[in-house]
Design a binder for this molecule. Structure first.
Ligand code: PLP
Length: 446
C-alpha cells in the first residue's frame, strides 16, 4: 500500500539533457580521480529530497555521504550561515578569538563530558585534517611513534590518513612512501568475525583485540612503544560494520594498561547518526580522543579533535590552521548541533523502523545476507548464491534505484549504506524502501 507522503518524481530519465551537458563540461576539466557514482547533477535540495537540473526529484538515503545531517538547506542552518557571513568571513581562529568558535568548542566538550570528563577541542577544515591532527597529538603527547589501525579502515585522503586506511588499495597504492610505524590489525565483524566467534556470541566473546597482544606485542614491538590506537567505533567506508562491544572494551583496556591514546574516528558515526551524539556512547566505551566532521555542520567544511584535557598537552604553536574553525562553518555547526540535539530520539525510533523493514525485505530477497547497524547508520550486505560478495549486483542496484528516484551509496565490498538525513520521516523511509523493494524484485538474485 502506498503512503500519501511526497514521492520522488522522475520526469526526464536521468541524465536528462541539462545534466548531460554539464557532465560533458565536467569531464573535460575535472580531475579523473573523482569517482562520480551515478550521473546525479544537483540543482538544489530541501529536507530529504534532492532536485536535479532537469526537474527530477530524488529521495536521499545517503546525505552526501552521511553529511547533510539536518537535511538539505535546513532554514535554521542556512540563516545562521547567512548571518555569520554578513558579519565577517574570516579572522583566523588559531591567532584570534570569536564567539562562535568558543560556543562550538563548549558545546562539543559538554556533549562528551559525561563519559570523557574534561576535554579541549581543536577545529580543522575536514575529517582527514582532524585525523592528521590526532596523530600528531598522540605522538606529541606520548613521545612514542607507533600507531595501530585496523583492516577495512577509512580515515581520509591525506598522507597520514591514507597510511591508516585499509579498505581499498586504490587509495594508497603509488602514493608512497607512506607514514612509517603504522600497523594494521583485524577489525571485529560479527557477521564473519576474524576471530571465528559466532554472530550471536560476538558482543561478549569476540577475541579480535587479542591479536594486538598475540601478534604485535609478542613478535614485533612492545606496547609501550605505541602512541595511539585509532579505530572507527562503527566502520564506515569499510562496510558499515558494527564491531562487537567487547572488541572496543578490550581496546580500551589495552590502552589503559599501556598508556596508549585511544582515538575514535567518529567522522562518519558521530553527530547523532547512531541515535546518540557519538557512537562512543552507543557502544559504551569512552575513548581519549573523538574525531568529528561530516554531519557536524550539515555540509560546511569543518572537523574537530575533541581530546581529554590530560591528553591535549601540546604547546602553543605546535598545531594550527588558517581556516580551521572558520566563523561561517562554526555558525553552521552550532545550528546543526542545536537541531540534532533535539532529534536523537527520532533517530532511534525511525532507525529501528528502518532496520525492521530491511529485515522483512531480507526474508523476501535472498540476496540480502546481512542487515546491521544502529540509528540511521545501517548497512545491508549483499552476497551471491555462492556466498561471494555481490559487487556487480550492488553497482546495478545503485544505478537502478537512482533511475527510480532513490539515492543510494555502497561501501565495503558489497554493502549498501543507509545514511539518510537525520530528519527523515518514517513515511519517507517507507517510500524509499518501497522503491528498494521494486529494484530488488527487478534485479532478482545475484
Ligand atoms: N574518517 C572517516 C571515518 C570517514 O568516513 C571519512 C570520510 O568519509 C574521513 C575520515 C575523511 O573525512 P574528509 O573526507 O572530511 O576528509
Amino acid at each position: 500500500m502506498q503512503t500519501n507522503t511526497k514521492r520522488p518524481e522522475i520526469k526526464t530519465p536521468p541524465p536528462g539533457p541539462k545534466a548531460k551537458a554539464l557532465i560533458e563540461r565536467d569531464h573535460a576539466v575535472t580531475s579523473p580521480s573523482y569517482i562520480k557514482e551515478y550521473p546525479l547533477v544537483v540543482d538544489h535540495g530541501e529536507g530529504s529530497f534532492v532536485y536535479d537540473v532537469d526537474g527530477n526529484s530524488y529521495l536521499d538515503f545517503m546525505a552526501g555521504i552521511a553529511v547533510t545531517s539536518t537535511g538539505h538547506a535546513h532554514p535554521h542552518v542556512v540563516k545562521s550561515i547567512q548571518d555569520a557571513a554578513a558579519k565577517f568571513l574570516h579572522i583566523c581562529g588559531t591567532d584570534f578569538y570569536y564567539e562562535s568558535m568558543v560556543t562550538l568548542c563548549e558545546k562539543l566538550a559538554k556533549t562528551v563530558a559525561p563519559y570523557m570528563g574534561q576535554t579541549k577541542v581543536f577545529l580543522s577544515n575536514s575529517g582527514t585534517e582532524a585525523v592528521e591532527g590526532a596523530l600528531k597529538l598522540a605522538r606529541n603527547h606520548t613521545k612514542r611513534t607507533k600507531i595501530i589501525a585496523f583492516n577495512g579502515a577509512f580515515h581520509g585522503r591525506t598522507m597520514g590518513a591514507i597510511t591508516l586506511n585499509a579498505s581499498k588499495y586504490t587509495q594508497k597504492s603509488n602514493f608512497g612512501p607512506l607514514l612509517p610505524d603504522v600497523y594494521h590489525a583485524p577489525y571485529s565483524n560479527p557477521f564473519h568475525c576474524p576471530c571465528g566467534v559466532s554472530k550471536d556470541k560476538a558482543d561478549t566473546e569476540c577475541t579480535c583485540a587479542s591479536f594486538l597482544e598475540k601478534e604485535f606485542f609478542t613478535r614485533h614491538f612492545q606496547a609501550s612503544e605505541v602512541a595511539a590506537i585509532i579505530v572507527e567505533p562503527i566502520q564506515g567506508e569499510g562496510g558499515y560494520i558494527m564491531p562487537a562491544r567487547k572488541f572496543l572494551k578490550d581496546l580500551r583496556t589495552i590502552c589503559d594498561q599501556n598508556g596508549i591514546v585511544l582515538i575514535f574516528d567518529e567522522i562518519q558515526s558521530g553527530i547523532g547518526r547512531t541515535g546518540d551524539m557519538f557512537a562512543a556512547e552507543t557502544m559504551g566505551v569512552a575513548p581519549d580522543v573523538i574525531l568529528s566532521a561530516k554531519g557536524i555542520a550539515s555540509g560546511m567544511p569543518i572537523g574537530a579533535i575533541i581530546a581529554k584535557t590530560s591528553v591535549m598537552t601540546w604547546g602553543r604553536g605546535t598545531h594550527g590552521s588558517t581556516y580551521g574553525g572558520n566563523p561561517v562553518c562554526c555558525a553552521a555547526a552550532n545550528a546543526t548541533l542545536d537541531i540534532i540535539g533535539d532529534k536523537l530520539n527520532h533517530v532511534k525510533v525511525v532507525g529501528s523502523y528502518f532496520i525492521d523493514e530491511l529485515k522483512k525485505l531480507q526474508k523476501k530477497h535472498a540476496v540480502i545476507a546481512d542487515v546491521r547497524g544502529v540509528g540511521l547508520m545501517i548497512g545491508c550486505e549483499f552476497l551471491q548464491k555462492d556466498g561471494k560478495p555481490a559487487m556487480d549486483y550492488v553497482g546495478k542496484l545503485e544505478q537502478l534505484a537512482f533511475r527510480k528516484g532513490l539515492l543510494l551509496l555502497s561501501c565495503g565490498k558489497s554493502t549498501i549504506r543507509f545514511a539518510p538525513p537525520l530528519i527523515i520521516t518514517q513515511d519517507e523511509i517507507k517510500v524509499g524502501l518501497e522503491i528498494l523493494d521494486q529494484c530488488l524484485t527487478e534485479l532478482g538474485n545475484a
